[in-house]
Design a protein around this ligand. Structure first.
Ligand code: F0G
Length: 458
């Protein structure tokens, strides 16, 4: 087997600062054991998110110099629009400052109270923006998508039978649109197959329900289709992406992921009426439709990045490095969501620390240990994020899974960085029986994971 190398050379480097264990211990105490409160300079390998953390290419930086900052009609916008029309095939394209702005505008235009919006799994911001309009967000991922150990090539697929039942139950009039998130971030970065996109699309079209794709990680999804779905092995990722979106009526995207940009997003569709309303809202809160909350240079970086994300050697390296991390820790007995996703590996902290009950926050314990051990920052996706304290009784609810996400920034870390992460995880795994849980000392009423303060349990 041939070694798969990073398909780039490094032209500009950004030093990362080594810290001692004593320093990290002190930083942890100062941060009240919440890694969102750390200064990123004190983090050696930052796997908090793959969003907005990509390294840009020399072509993207060169394009940024061409950025035209005209308020209206900038050539940067037309390059951005052309790139999106070329890949996604939608007629109306509006830039937004990031993904959630696109979501807010789309759902404000399409949803009202009592409506229902199905998806394979809504990402948190998508769900929050649906609910903000008074509508209900429903997750209909296939059953395998909810089981960490179940192996399935397309665990992000939507349960088409469940969608048909939902339509029959609530009626087409109450479903203003259907969403598909590719890849399925909240479900472990798992892909959606072309067959599933086609079936969901056919069912939606039969009922006159528009299908929108949350396209954040569309290139990674296209590559999984190439690798895993019969009939696609010889097709280029660009062609596969075009086919994916040919089944949809529109898309929202955070370009901070597969746009390989540090900020930005867009909303796109073929519906002139919807586009007209979106344009009006965009002007109200984002900006004029040819910049929509972005600088001309950001539009340029995205226009180049969207195509770079579809390059086959890049995608091979990208998916291989995530799989490499997942495989090397899983082989040594670390329980992970199988198979590894496109942008991240998810460790099952409840299975890793069976002696720490969910109420004692096993995911948080692992996040703290990874920083203490090696200066690595990951994110808890379990009871800290999804559990709730009942304000009346003080009783804590727990999440259905206790996961820790290791999200890999694009083109940022090399294989030796990943080897270092593997070693650190295996060291924590070796001393897992001695790791203890945490309790909340302070927490906000919503989105508590960002600001909560914790204390270790003895
Ligand atoms: N949709 C998905 C599937 C996402 O993963 C995200 C962001 C968004 C929408 C919102 O985009 O941040 O540009 O407003 N995910 C980041 C993450 C925050 O860490 O997974 P945004």
């Amino acid at each position: 087997m041939q070694t798969i190398i990073e398909p780039f050379r490094i032209k500009s480097v950004e030093p990362i600062r080594m810290t001692t264990r004593d320093e990290r211990e002190q930083r942890l105490r100062q941060a009240a054991y919440n890694v969102f409160q750390l200064h990123s300079e004190d983090v050696l390998i930052d796997l908090l998110t793959d969003s907005g953390t990509s390294a840009m290419s020399s072509e993207q930086w060169a394009a940024m110099m061409r950025g035209d900052e005209s308020y209206a009609g900038s050539p940067s916008f037309y390059r951005f629009e052309r790139a999106i029309q070329d890949i996604f095939g939608f007629k109306y394209v509006f830039p937004t400052h990031q993904g959630r702005a696109a979501e807010r505008i789309l759902f404000s235009v399409m949803c009202k109270a009592e409506d229902v919006v199905p998806s394979n799994t809504h990402f948190d911001t998508t769900r929050a923006n649906v609910e903000f309009t008074g509508a209900r967000a429903v997750d209909l991922v296939i059953p395998e998508g909810r089981q960490p150990q179940a192996v399935h090539p397309f665990k992000g697929n939507m349960d088409v039978g469940a969608l048909a039942r939902l339509i029959a139950e609530v009626g087409r009039e109450r479903i203003p649109l259907c969403m598909l998130t590719v890849t399925n971030n909240s479900g472990g970065g798992q892909p959606v197959s072309m067959a599933n996109i086609r079936e969901v699309s056919a069912l939606c079209r039969a009922h006159g329900i528009p299908l929108y794709i949350d396209a954040c990680r569309f290139a990674e999804n296209a590559y999984f289709i190439k690798l895993r779905e019969p009939g696609y092995a010889a097709r280029a990722p660009l062609e596969i992406a075009r086919e994916m979106f040919s089944h949809a009526d529109g898309a929202t995207m955070s370009a901070k992921k597969d746009g390989l940009a540090n900020i930005g997003g867009f909303i796109a569709s073929n519906d002139a009426g919807v586009a007209q309303q979106e344009r009006n809202l965009l002007i109200l809160t984002e900006g004029f439709p040819t910049y929509g909350g972005l600088a001309g240079r950001d539009l340029e970086a995205i226009a180049v990045g969207l195509h770079e994300a579809l390059a086959e050697d890049y995608l091979l390296y990208r998916i291989t490095s995530t799989t490499y991390l997942g495989r090397h820790i899983a082989e040594q007995g670390v329980p992970i969501v199988q198979p590894p996703g496109g942008h991240a590996v998810y460790i099952d902290a409840a299975a890793l620390f069976p002696h720490i009950p969910p109420a004692e926050l096993p995911g948080q314990a692992l996040v703290v240990e990874l920083y203490r051990e090696a200066g690595i920052r990951a994110v808890e996706i379990g009871t800290v994020m999804f559990g709730r304290r009942d304000p009346a009784t003080g009783a804590e609810s727990t999440a259905s899974m206790e996961l820790v996400r290791l999200a890999i920034p694009r083109r940022v870390y090399t294989q030796s960085h990943i080897d270092y992460v593997v070693e650190a995880i295996l060291n924590v795994h070796a001393r897992r029986a001695a790791v203890r849980g945490y309790r909340f000392v302070e927490q906000a009423p919503y989105l508590r994971h960002f600001t909560a303060r914790f204390a270790p349990l003895e």
